[in-house]
Design a protein around this ligand. Structure first.
Ligand code: DOR
Ligand code: ZN
Length: 343
């Protein structure tokens, strides 16, 4: 296969950050994605409708000339979130709410302690048709970091989907066979995003031959048997799994650091890397559904009208991306040669 044309895809999970960074991140995503679910973990976080709509305006202002790219906004749930906040957010056009267990990842200190306290909020979300996006990891220090997703499923996910059978729940950036099987075992209202890094890499790519900070993200890469199960489920083509890059830029010096930040900045290579995965899996016939159809179908949004074409042509991911203020970032797969290129 030398070229493939698919319906224009969307990115159902990413981090744009804010202010000057938007001049870098928004064009990088708008080069191929029509829409993106924008994570709310800014400092301070996006906790209500007016913050979300102001953020949306800043993103729209950073679009390249002529771009029709549409940011889909999310609210950051805290223990202070009220059912009235949900209704107001829905009315303002917010698409979904993000549940970060407190301390789970970058800028999540303000997030949710004690998930059962949020039940009135989930009730309202279920009623208003607001999606719940879950960072599914427990944060207790005694739980091994490689087990945190599985423990979250057992302690919380099972209960949330049982108690709110009509709530649409997206298990974000799943990393384990346990999470994939959990999603498959539940109804059509439970789906999941999968990142390029969790399909392409496993924890050896983080630790063998030296620590590789640019492969460090959360949830952390798991053992190869989990990677294999994720690859298997996307190759099988279930409607429940869809593209979410979790593209998450951090300055080079913040990642190459004694306490390095979590996140892979994949916007410049993500669609090409996914194509590579599906080709490796001999499942190019499932690529378009994963990238462009399953996501909007799950969210209840129209599929995009346009198309993109990828051609079989090698190119090298840049070693560095430099922002206008001189900040350097190392993109995901920096310096590596990819086989598919956006035409
Ligand atoms: O690796 C990650 N980076 N995982 C997340 O959940 C957050 C993200 C970020 O904001 O940097
Ligand atoms: Zn994320």
């Amino acid at each position: 296969m030398q070229s493939i044309t698919i319906r224009q895809p969307d990115d159902w999970h990413l981090h744009f950050r804010d202010n000057e960074m938007l001049a870098e991140t928004v064009p990088a995503t708008a080069r191929c994605f029509a829409r993106a679910i924008v994570m709310p973990n800014l400092v301070p976080p996006v906790t209500n409708a007016s913050l979300a709509m102001a953020y949306k305006e800043r993103i729209l202002a950073a679009r390249p000339a002529g771009s029709q790219f549409e940011p889909l906004m999310t609210l950051y749930l805290t223990n202070e979130t009220t059912p009235a906040d949900i209704t107001a957010a829905k009315a303002a056009g917010v698409t979904a709410c993000k549940l970060y267990p407190a301390g789970a990842t970058t800028n999540s200190d303000a997030a949710v302690k004690g998930i059962s306290a949020l039940y009135p909020v989930f009730e309202q979300m279920q009623k208003d048709g607001m999606l719940l996006l879950v960072h599914g990891e427990v944060t207790e220090s005694h739980v091994d970091i490689f087990d945190r997703e599985k423990v979250f499923i057992d302690q919380y996910m099972v209960k949330i989907v049982q108690d709110f059978p009509a709530l649409k729940v997206v298990f974000e950036h799943i990393t384990t066979g346990d999470a994939a099987d959990f999603v498959l075992a539940h109804g059509a209202n439970v789906g999941a995003t999968i990142t390029p890094q969790h399909l392409l890499l496993n924890r050896n790519d983080l630790l063998v031959g030296g620590v590789r900070p640019h492969n460090y993200c959360l949830p952390v890469l798991k053992r190869n048997t989990h990677q294999a199960r994720l690859r298997e489920v996307v190759a099988e083509g279930s409607k429940k799994f869809f593209l979410g890059t979790d593209s998450a830029p951090h300055a080079k010096h913040r990642k190459e650091n004694a306490c390095g930040c979590a996140g892979c900045y994949s916007a410049w290579s993500a669609i090409e890397l996914y194509a590579e995965v599906f080709e490796q899996l001999n499942a190019m016939d499932k690529f378009e559904d994963f990238a462009s159809n399953n996501g909007p179908d799950f969210y209840g949004l129209p599929r995009n009208e346009g198309t993109i074409t990828l051609v079989k042509e090698s190119w090298q991911v840049p070693e560095l991306v430099t922002l206008a203020d001189g900040t350097e970032m190392v993109p995901f797969f920096a310096g590596q040669t990819l086989n598919w290129k956006l035409a």
